[in-house]
Design a binder for this molecule. Structure first.
Ligand SMILES: CC(C)(COP(=O)(O)OP(=O)(O)OC[C@H]1O[C@@H](n2cnc3c(N)ncnc32)[C@H](O)[C@@H]1OP(=O)(O)O)[C@@H](O)C(=O)NCCC(=O)NCCS
Length: 135
């Protein structure tokens, strides 16, 4: 069974495997743990048969008006079972006190996010591929 938690209790680096699929230089499990700890909000999907994290979502926020959702991922073997939707629902609920919640996604994923009443907007981004913490 999949359980959803917003705590890192009983989770260590060994429970965080198989993420950042397709990234040219994926963050290590240690970095993954660090980014979860440093996020203002996160939710994890955990397979309770082995305590492994199989999906996660993060948000960073000023906790007054706005939040940004930088990361959402479900590991491939677990995709297509509603886990991503559960994570987004829980995160939007956690952020429901805020005026604006933004994220950036590729065009094919816009339909996935529309089911949560999100709508398309324009955006501008920069990626520091070679920064110290870059990927
Ligand atoms: C997007 C993602 C989190 C969805 O997780 P999930 O657990 O499979 O989501 P759900 O089961 O709740 O919903 C599945 C739906 O997501 C949509 N979807 C997932 N990946 C998609 C893609 N690459 N393009 C278009 N739609 C996609 C489809 O509508 C799919 O419906 P289907 O199963 O009927 O085809 C997962 O596919 C993933 O981790 N992808 C790689 C990382 C990523 O793209 N993250 C989003 C960054 S903005």
């Amino acid at each position: 069974m999949i359980k959803y938690v917003n705590s890192l209790e009983n989770i260590d680096d060994n429970n965080l495997k198989g993420f950042f699929v397709g990234w040219p230089n994926p963050p290590s499990s240690k970095k993954h743990m660090e980014l979860l700890k440093n996020s203002d909000f996160f939710w994890l999907a955990i397979d309770d048969t082995n305590n492994n994290v199989v999906g996660f979502i993060t948000a960073i926020s000023d906790n007054v008006l706005s939040a940004y959702i930088p990361l959402l991922e479900v590991i491939p073997d677990y995709q297509g079972n509603g886990i991503g939707s559960q994570l987004v629902t829980r995160m939007l609920n956690s952020l429901s006190h805020l005026y604006m919640v933004d994220l950036v996604c590729d065009e094919p994923l816009t339909n996935f996010y529309k089911q949560f009443d999100m709508f398309k907007s324009q955006g501008m981004i920069i990626r520091n591929f070679h920064s110290q913490n870059g990927v």
